[in-house]
Write a protein that binds this ligand. Structure first.
Ligand code: ADP
Length: 307
């Protein structure tokens, strides 16, 4: 069995000020296994930043236990921080430093001795070896993001945390960034990421935790979460609906989109597709094309967080 690299047990955070108390995390429990790409998803205000800030040591938890790479956050906070690399949302790089000197500086801040530094290897991992000595300000947006990942890797943490790494990044750059992250994952780095792009989480993550208003509302493999979607949608192109006023069969919801297109929804588990074909045969409608939509993570997400 894979080693547990992060365990969170009964984690609660209450922000208190004079007027009121705000429970940002409510008794959260989950763990992440070595080698996983784990997604932490939730709408705004869910508590994601609070969780990452507790890990980073900038916010103090109210209750619960956190263990990273075998180190307890209460007893060994420094080792916990040494075991994680956090890639921030904001690009905040010193424009006049080169990637190489930035990484050297960062390694120094982490107390990595010169002989233990792997600056060139890291630059290669994030495909920036050619830009090693250019000014950071001359890098493209995607390169800057990759440099942020490199910065988080200087102390070779076993766990890399990406906080909304592709917010505001265009589609091509996003793909490029993800292939870099996947490479790191292949090298054995466990990845934890928060993202608003559910499609991305669906593509990238082995398992996903969904939090909403501080509560853990789902924790499962991406595959199992997708299996929760119970309705299937079909869009049919037909020869003509001109003479059809009304369509009805038990268990199906029809919607006529135009005189040649209609959408149909039904329960996946009902296995009634055959019935639908027989019905169309009977009323003389010929199907010319069919498009099926099994739903995506967004449907699960909306369902779980709709209140
Ligand atoms: P997310 O990152 O998922 O959007 P946050 O962790 O930022 O969520 O916020 C979770 C909840 O905690 C929100 O209700 C937010 O208003 C509240 N919160 C966050 N930071 C503070 C703070 N410093 N003081 C009081 N309440 C806060």
């Amino acid at each position: 069995m894979n080693k547990i690299v992060l365990s969170v047990e009964g984690l609660t955070k209450i922000y208190s000020n004079k007027q009121k108390q705000n429970k940002a995390l409510n008794d959260i429990t989950f763990s992440v296994k070595q080698g996983e790409v784990f997604g932490l998803l939730g709408p705004n205000g869910a508590g994601k930043t609070t969780f990452l800030s507790i890990l980073a040591g900038t916010v103090e938890k109210t209750q619960g236990k956190i263990n990273v790479w075998g180190f307890d956050l209460d007893k060994n906070p420094r080792q916990v921080r040494a075991s994680i690399g956090i890639v921030p949302q904001e690009v905040n790089l010193d424009a006049f430093f080169s990637p190489k000197s930035l990484l050297e500086l960062q390694a120094g801040l982490y107390g990595v001795t010169k002989k233990d530094r792997i600056t060139n290897i890291i630059l290669k991992m994030v495909s920036l070896e050619k830009q090693a000595n250019s000014y950071s300000r001359s890098l493209s947006g995607g390169m800057k993001r990759r440099l942020l990942i490199a910065k988080a890797m200087v102390h070779q943490p076993p766990v890399l945390i990406l906080d909304e790494p592709t917010a505001g990044v265009d589609v091509d750059l996003r793909k490029n960034l993800w292939s870099n992250v996947k490479e790191l994952n292949k090298e054995g780095v466990t990845i934890i990421l928060t993202t608003h792009y559910l499609f991305e989480a669906q593509e990238m993550c082995d398992r996903i935790a969904i939090i909403d208003k501080g509560n853990l509302v789902a924790l499962d493999t991406t595959k199992k979460l997708l299996e929760r979607i119970s309705t299937k949608k079909l869009v049919l192109k037909v020869d003509s609906l001109d003479n059809i006023k009304h369509l009805a069969i038990d268990g199906f919801k029809f919607e006529i989109i135009d005189d040649k297109t209609l959408s149909i929804m039904y329960e996946k588990s009902s296995n009634k597709f055959q019935l639908l074909l027989q019905y169309f045969n009977k009323i003389g409608i010929k199907i010319t094309d069919i498009h099926t939509d099994d739903g995506d993570l967004e449907d699960v997400f909306v369902e779980l967080t709709k209140n």
